[in-house]
Design a binder for this molecule. Structure first.
Ligand SMILES: *Cc1c(COP(=O)(O)O)cnc(C)c1O
Length: 383
């Protein structure tokens, strides 16, 4: 049987323990038994979010959690700022536009990030901005935004800071409270090692004040409904029961490993991937100063069809990586380091990349990528 190795930025691999939890018979959600699970799930999420704020659990993908954040906080005509540098950052703008919320967009060149100074200056000029939207790990380009610095800037203003942490949560450090992140949206199928289906939103007291006055039309994604039943440990509608139960198992695994150790683990995998790419003579797409530990974006060499490369790796060898999106289609490949992955998964991915790159006519010494990654992983030992 062919392998199915997911080195994709969502969905990610689901460990056996979590698969076992997913196979358990369903229980009813309006029961004391489920309440215990829900409470544990919320408490566990708070640890991963590094927050004391409330966290709402939705039955949705990551975009649902993003949309819920927009429509629950704002009113049509409210001014907001979007600080972005890629496809997922653009999504904030698209969601706001759908709700009649005018956006001021501060864009980074793709592969780079926006620094806090520009945001600070823009916020000083317009004190009526209600919210600043940004992205922790921009999965389309492979960069990580400096949320800590942005948090310091936004904290001093009336605006709230809303972060898309869909791909970053549990993979790249984000200290929600210490960094003054008011709202953070995330989901189950990236760093948390679950199938898609759960969306999460954390909300600070500052954001809750905004939420009370929000007039965007909404129903299912009205987070006030989730807030209202939180104290009685309940959900307004049927939760994704099976996924909540499985979340407890994946969070147990995260706790056993330790959050800091996991961040270090993904940092190491990301560094090894970069070394591997450089060993093959390939160029990295993301700027070195902000390269993400969540995924590595690599430029496809001239003359090689990036789409074909991804397709052959997946269809003939069972190794899934991602290609480029939008203007980067065919031009980059993206190797994710999130979820349930170890260094041997990564080395398999690099070995497969080498094989297919060679088939497609790219010239290099076979094994050079694996060797560079191995050297790094083994503390620079010569092979
Ligand atoms: C995957 C992803 C999303 C969207 O998530 P869906 O689950 O596909 O809706 C949003 N933002 C980032 C940064 C992502 O990586």
């Amino acid at each position: 049987m062919k392998r199915n190795l997911l080195l994709t930025p969502g969905p990610t691999q689901v460990p056996a323990r979590v698969c076992e939890a997913l196979s358990r018979p369903i229980i009813h959600h309006r029961t004391p038994q489920f309440q215990v699970f829900l409470k544990e799930a919320i408490e566990g999420l708070k640890e991963i979010y590094q927050t004391k704020n409330d966290v709402y659990i939705l039955a949705s993908s990551g975009t649902g959690a993003m949309e819920a954040s927009v429509c629950s906080l704002l009113s049509p005509g409210d001014k907001v700022m979007i600080v972005e540098g890629g496809k997922f950052g653009e999504r904030w703008t698209e969601i706001c536009q759908a709700y009649g919320i005018p956006t001021q967009v501060i864009k980074a060149e793709w592969g780079k990030v926006v620094g806090p100074k520009i945001v600070e200056a823009a916020l000083k000029k317009d004190k009526t901005i209600k919210a600043v939207f940004t992205t922790l790990a921009e999965t389309s380009t492979g960069v990580t935004f400096d949320i800590k610095s942005l948090g310091k800037v936004v904290k001093e203003t009336p605006a709230v800071l809303v972060v898309d942490a869909v791909s970053g949560l549990g993979v790249e450090d984000m200290k929600t409270d210490a960094w003054s992140v008011d709202v953070a949206a995330s989901a189950s199928h990236k760093g948390l090692m679950l199938p898609p289906g759960l969306g999460f939103v954390s909300m600070s007291a500052k954001a809750k004040t905004l939420m009370v006055h929000s007039k965007c039309p909404k129903y299912y994604f009205d987070l006030r409904a989730y807030e209202k039943v939180l104290a009685s440990v309940d959900t307004p509608y049927t939760p994704a029961i099976g996924l909540v139960v499985a979340l407890l198992e994946s969070m147990k695994m995260i706790k056993e490993a330790g959050l800091e150790n996991r961040f270090a683990h993904y940092r190491r995998l990301a560094q090894a991937t970069r070394k591997g790419a450089l060993g093959l003579g390939l160029k990295l797409y993301a700027d070195e100063s902000c390269a993400s530990n969540v995924l590595t974006s690599i430029c496809v060499p001239k003359g090689i069809d990036g789409e074909k490369l991804v397709k052959i790796m997946r269809d003939q060898h069972g190794v899934s990586i991602a290609g480029g999106q939008a203007e980067l289609k065919g031009k980059i490949i993206r190797i994710a380091h999130m979820g349930c992955l170890d260094e041997y998964d990564l080395l398999t991915g690099i070995a497969c990349l080498e094989k297919v790159l060679r088939e497609l006519g790219y010239r290099f010494e076979l094994g050079a990528g694996v060797a560079s990654a191995q050297k790094f992983l083994n503390g620079g030992l010569s092979l």
